[in-house]
Write a protein that binds this ligand. Structure first.
Ligand code: UDP
Length: 325
């Protein structure tokens, strides 16, 4: 199979690239290396079935040809990470919407049977109550105005609408994935992601920075499970034209996560609390709960996650130690 991955030098993209190479597929990655990193794909560069182009999805003149070549496309190229989203409110909208639209137009001019997986986000659900399961068909609430955080959700909702419209109007094989806090090696803390930040802080015996009171909750999915989900979704014809949550619903508070990372890393770090305003700037709106309804994911994949958070953190800490020491 021929697999094209836009944003393939980023966290999820680089794992998808290795996964498909290990299956014997041919993989073509394009990435402008804005958040993606060469080191993530370094082990693949010499592989005869791997092609890499440092290119921007908005301007790359090889896109039509690469799309024609592909049997499966993962569209992950986007401006991501809460810090980056807050710093670049315009490019989040411009890049994420125009990049996806350009890819859809290229695919429309190509082979419609190619499977296209578009990365969306659980951010589209906005702020919800404690016990509310986030369900793909529920109505969405986005706070008005001031807060640039929502530009990311808006850009991804526009991508969803574009993808679904192409799927409905032309019968193209497109699936939209709402990712919920996926974690694993190659994820950088530079743009805000909590797990790589806490691990780095713990291993350096620096203060572990919990933002706010630490009672906000997240459920973390191991990348190894995410890869199985994505591949099963792509293989299942019933995923055509669907929006699908990909995550787990084992929530943990960020305060407890900090303690778990500290203990697992046997760290001397203290755990400190930083007000949201200091961490993200004025008018930032935290999301306190984020728990996916996984009914559709289970129906499409028939797969239960194999890695619990304790194990994932142990592996990540070991991986980081081996890399740095
Ligand atoms: N967070 C934190 N300390 C950090 C980085 C993040 O307490 O150094 C918190 C953040 O405020 C949020 C949670 O961890 O409540 C997850 O943040 P991340 O940016 O990883 O994901 P998202 O907010 O998009 O779910």
């Amino acid at each position: 199979m021929h697999v094209l991955i836009t944003g393939g030098a980023g966290f999820i993209g680089s794992h998808l690239a290795s996964f498909h190479i290990s299956l014997g597929d041919k993989v073509h990655v394009i990435d402008n290396l804005s958040t993606g990193r060469m080191e993530n794909i370094l082990p693949l560069l010499d592989h005869p079935d791997f092609i890499f182009n440092e290119a921007d999805i908005l301007t790359w003149d090889g896109l039509e040809k690469a799309v024609w070549w592909a049997d499966r496309i993962y569209h992950l190229a986007a401006v991501v990470g809460v810090f980056r989203v807050l710093q670049e409110p315009i490019s989040v909208l411009a890049t994420n919407i125009a990049g996806c639209e350009r890819l859809l137009r290229a695919l429309h001019n190509s082979r419609w049977e190619t499977k296209l997986i578009i990365a969306s986000t659980s951010e589209v659900y906005g702020n919800r109550g404690e016990n509310e399961l986030l369900h793909e068909e529920m109505e969405l609430l986005i706070s008005p105005g001031i807060n640039s955080r929502w530009n990311y959700s808006i850009s991804k909702l526009a991508d969803e609408a574009f993808g679904l419209s192409y799927a409905r109007q032309y019968g193209m094989d497109i699936t939209l994935i709402r990712f919920f806090n996926v974690i694993g090696p190659n994820q950088t803390g530079k743009y805000g992601m909590v797990v790589p930040r806490f691990i780095k802080q713990a291993l350096n015996n620096e203060p572990i920075t919990v933002f706010g009171d630490g009672k906000q909750q997240r459920a973390f999915l191991d990348i190894r499970d995410a890869l199985v989900y994505l591949d099963r979704i792509a293989h299942n014809p019933q995923s055509k034209g669907e929006v699908v949550n990909v995550g787990t619903n084992h929530e943990i508070s960020i305060g407890k996560l900090a303690l778990m990372v500290k203990n697992t890393a046997k760290s001397l770090s203290e755990i400190i609390h930083i007000p949201y305003e200091e961490a993200y700037g004025k008018d930032f709106e935290e999301i306190y709960h984020r728990k996916p309804d996984l009914t559709k994911l289970m129906r499409l994949t028939d797969f239960q996650p194999q890695w619990d958070l304790e194990r994932t953190l142990e592996d990540l800490i070991m991986h980081k130690q081996q890399k740095e020491y």
